[in-house]
Design a protein around this ligand. Structure first.
Ligand SMILES: CC(C)=CCC/C(C)=C/CC/C(C)=C/COP(=O)(O)OP(=O)(O)O
Length: 300
């Protein structure tokens, strides 16, 4: 699949997330199949299924989080109402399952990914009502478990289905683990883009995670840093109800307390595990490697 390009620009070729998404998950599925000597076509049902489930999860997530913008456009619920958006999400899920009718051996991967997705999302939502600091604060380990489910489940399924449909089901477990690690790195970078990304490029507003008390990794590690900026950040967050200026100030404090660098470091550590698995099991998978690499080096 030489020259395969992710959807990194919109229909007019402008750089950015465009209105189509980056198609990382299907790319992982198709390239995983090719990496084991199969054809991209063999993994197509799996690739389409994971992207449809991803789309379903974004539609429902925007409803849950009241996020009004997605991919430079109004979120579906904002444009059409909550009821129609819920149902559209359900339809996307049904279409995903239908994709696997011709390859029923892939259904268990999709089903397991959905359970992980829902468990991760449930944990993420529960974290919002936990305090920023204190005995009940969210730990880095809890965060990485949540991210491995919420974001890693589908990436794991994409990679596992890719190798299984490509003819090497014996590698599926290894690749599933690789995908989960990739998901943690992906989610950490997502958290960083939510604070320091350019909304004109990401297609989403900045600071919405901070405003909603989402326990994102840069903030968690900044708060635990034990430096003056961390204490000031803790006081600001605990006070709550921040306006735009306080949110900008909080973002500066996260960076000053080392949250940005530490988040980057942890994302790189997870990427090293990803690359280790690829080196060991799929040493010639250069395009797959490049796609995985783009996950941590992206700006949208
Ligand atoms: C059950 C339920 C509602 C789960 C929600 C799970 C959820 C929304 C996880 C977030 C994953 C994530 C980083 C999305 C952005 O993907 P991306 O950057 O690949 O987006 P793109 O397709 O727009 O490029």
């Amino acid at each position: 699949m030489a020259g395969f390009a992710l959807g990194w620009s919109d229909a007019d070729g402008r750089p950015g997330n465009g209105d189509r998404g980056k198609a990382v998950r299907p790319a992982v599925a198709l390239l995983s199949a090719e990496a084991v000597g199969g054809t991209a076509e063999s993994a197509l049902p799996g690739a389409v299924a994971v992207e449809l489930v991803h789309a379903f999860s974004l539609v429902h997530d925007d409803i849950i989080d009241h996020d009004e913008w997605r991919r430079h456009r109004e979120a579906l619920w904002k444009a059409y109402g909550v009821g129609p958006a819920l149902l559209a999400g359900d339809a996307l899920l049904a279409l995903a399952v239908g994709q696997l009718a011709a390859r029923p051996e892939a259904i268990p991967y999709l089903s397991a990914a959905l359970v992980e997705l829902v468990q991760g999302q449930t944990a993420d939502m529960a974290f919002e009502s936990r305090p920023w600091r204190g005995p009940d604060e969210v730990t880095v380990e809890e965060y990485t478990d949540m991210a491995a489910g919420k974001t890693g489940g589908l990436l794991g399924a994409a990679a596992a289905m890719g190798v299984a449909l490509g003819g090497a089901p014996q590698l599926a477990d290894r690749l599933w683990g690789m995908g989960r690690d990739l998901g943690v790195a992906f989610q950490i970078v997502d958290d960083m883009l939510g604070i320091w990304g350019d909304p004109a490029v990401t297609g989403k507003p900045v600071y919405s995670d901070l405003r909603r008390e989402k326990k994102t990794l840069p903030v968690l590690v900044a708060l635990a840093a034990g430096v003056p900026a961390a204490r000031e950040l803790s006081a600001l967050l605990t006070e709550g109800d921040m306006d735009e200026d306080s949110l900008r100030h909080a973002a500066g404090l996260v960076e000053e307390a080392g949250g940005r660098d530490a988040a980057r470091c942890l994302a790189d550590r997870y990427m090293s595990s990803v690359l280790e698995v690829l080196d060991r099991h799929l040493p010639d998978a250069e395009e797959l490697r490049a796609v995985c690499d783009s996950v941590v080096n992206r700006v949208h």
